[in-house]
Design a protein. Structure first.
Length: 63
């Protein structure tokens, strides 16, 4: 299996939606498509908060 292969195809759109939601919450302006011109600090804030949300979701659904 390739390192960057999507295991759950539906997850790609969900993660993309989450990215824009989190960016809005932390005050980072993202545009559709390429966002390689944003500061590394802003990209880290978005990614870090996405991971935090995913962990919270996983912990709350463990039964």
């Amino acid at each position: 299996m390739a390192y960057n292969q999507t295991l759950v195809p539906q997850s790609k759109q969900l993660l993309n939606n989450m990215k824009y939601e989190v960016a809005n919450e932390v005050g980072v302006s993202l545009k559709q498509g390429y966002n390689g011109d944003i500061a590394a600090r802003d990209a880290g804030r978005v990614g870090g908060n996405m991971v935090k949300k995913m962990i919270q979701y996983a912990e709350s659904n463990m039964s």
